[in-house]
Design a protein around this ligand. Structure first.
Ligand code: BT5
Length: 235
């Protein structure tokens, strides 16, 4: 384990020297990264931010499931902390507070090296105050009234990550069932921004064997492998 007071991004540090089962954790990231060149922002000491490198025993067809496994693990750890968490496909961890759900954690999985290893980057907002939230739809464990020690949460996430990856490797059907149970996107009306710039509107029908979201839209059921989902409240 590498514990750093400051890093640009723990994913970048981990990817620079990928070693199976190595964990890089930083108290503060100066250039935290999200997906698609977006940024991940958290004041020093307010979040649990780390990257775990795992592999190489991931069979090619299971790669798209690794980010889902990370989401399952974080949601389970948040439940152990007393919170009610769900996953917006693929792996935004939402915390239910009252009748709304806000983003508590983000996950960025990158594939590095040959044979490839997965760098699983996880950021969980732990003690951020309202004023420190980087975007309006974010929340933290503290804001939800959950007093959790970062070190204890870290231990829970690592345990749950090991368990979720093990289930993903050993029993894909059971793994996908555990993902579907945690996923609050299913059954919702959604707008999905697709990589080509278009938007697919429809109802999130299922998660297929490849971890793709199947959206029932104007042209029938369509599996989506990459996209940004917005949950639309039924009018
Ligand atoms: C993510 O991307 O949510 C993945 C974030 C992964 C962060 C971890 S921290 C450890 C490791 N090292 C890194 O450099 N990254 C990983 P995406 O789905 O693209 O969402 C990014 C969007 O989330 C931003 O554009 C903001 O709107 C929002 N956001 C940024 N910081 C946030 C925060 N602390 N809490 C909630 N939302 C945030």
């Amino acid at each position: 384990m590498t514990l750093l007071p400051t890093a640009d991004s723990t994913n970048t540090v981990a990817a620079s020297n990928p070693v199976d089962r190595r964990v890089v954790i930083a108290d503060h990231q100066t250039s935290g990264r999200g997906r698609l060149d977006r940024s991940w922002v958290a004041p020093a000491g307010s979040a649990l931010t780390f990257s775990a490198t795992v592999g190489p025993a991931v069979e090619p067809s299971a790669w798209p499931l690794v980010p889902l496994a990370a989401g399952v693990a974080v949601a389970a750890a948040v439940r152990r902390a007393g919170g009610s968490a769900s996953l917006k496909w693929p792996n935004d961890v939402l915390l239910d507070v009252g009748d709304s759900a806000s983003k508590l954690a983000g996950i960025l999985v990158e594939r590095v090296g040959d044979p490839p290893l997965a760098v699983i980057g996880i950021g969980i907002n732990v003690s951020m105050s309202e004023a420190e939230l980087p975007v309006p739809n974010a929340t933290s464990l503290t804001l939800a009234g959950l007093a959790v020690d970062r070190a204890e949460l870290f231990g829970w996430v690592l345990e749950e990550l090991d368990a979720a990856l093990e289930l993903m490797r050993s029993d894909r059907t059971a793994f996908l069932e555990s993902y579907r149970r945690a996923c609050s996107t299913l059954g919702r009306d959604v707008n999905v921004s697709l990589p080509d710039g278009s938007t697919l509107t429809g109802t999130a029908q299922s998660i297929d064997e490849g971890g793709r979201l199947v959206v029932d839209g104007p042209e029938g059921a369509r599996p989506v492998g990459v996209g940004d989902v917005v949950h639309v409240r039924p009018v």
